[in-house]
Design a protein around this ligand. Sequence first.
Ligand SMILES: *Cc1c(COP(=O)(O)O)cnc(C)c1O
Length: 356
Amino acid sequence: MSAPLATIDHAALRHNLGVVRRLAPRSRVLAIVKADAYGHGIVSTARTLADADGYGVARLSEALALRGCGIRHRIVLLEGVTDAEQLRAAAEHNLDLVVHSFEQVTLLERGQRACEVWLKVDTGMNRLGFRSEELGAALERIARCSTVRSLRLMTHLAAAEEADRTSSVRQIETFQRLTAGLAFERSIANSAGLIRYPETRLDWVRPGLMLYGISPMGEDSARDLGLRPVMTLTAPLIAVRYVKAGETVGYGGIWRAEQDSRIGIAAIGYGDGYPRGMRSGAPVLVDGQPARIVGRVSMDTIAVDVTHVHGARVGSQVTLWGRGLPVERVAPFADTIAYELVCRVNERVTVARVDG
Ligand SMILES: *Cc1c(COP(=O)(O)O)cnc(C)c1O
């Protein structure tokens, strides 16, 4: 292989769903597969997670991709619909809708066909959802909507992965207070909520990242939970060269060798979705041995200091993240989070699907 490869481990996907089930045995699981299943392939991920109780997606196009492949599970449009045409398509394909605004309530009131609704309550994220003082009015209008076949209540946590628990505790208490005494099914938990706040394991949990073997709280958390990374991103070395102390490597000459060095050039770059902002010093594995990237990331290549990597040669496999190198460890070197790294791997990268 002379091109980058994303190996997707479907046994790990099923294993991670098992971790979710053990943590939340009384909850149903809405497996979040938006953004092409966080870069893992939406249809094959959904098929592998067929034991989930439903799927969550962000866009109508994602839901239609699943329905188009014959997937019959519950599918929730996490941002709902924006116009009558989308509403018609959603109803026709039996999609659940999140309703987070009065504009969406108006669409429902004018709609023709029935659908299931998840009313989103804004408990402090201040992005989508009805504020506490609006909730009563929203519920009243929804209750009168003949097109609403069933209703659930949800909210989303803004900072569940943060060490400081104050805002999450406040959000959870607000949701409990606003929904106490209402007979509807309820949902709070994303991955971080599910892991860190047992009280969010209500009727439904909505894990995304952890299904892919990644913890929002970092690699120690992923290891403690027994999560297994699903995506392993690799690329071969296509050249190995020597540079003398004082010489620079790559565009802009931003990295200078402090000593005579051996540099491997790996066939992956920002054209594949490996961030250009990844800094010198970011970790990789070369044939399983730890090494670091040096210099600017190019469109098609990166440079790796292999001075101390025994046996590094053209054809050696460089692991950018995944098995043996948690993506949680790599992300800070690009000032980002693991979510973004796996999401942005693009179509130029060949995908290999394995099972165990
Ligand atoms: C993306 C998303 C999730 C999943 O979040 P993770 O942090 O990946 O577990 C859950 N709920 C909603 C509403 C989302 O948009």
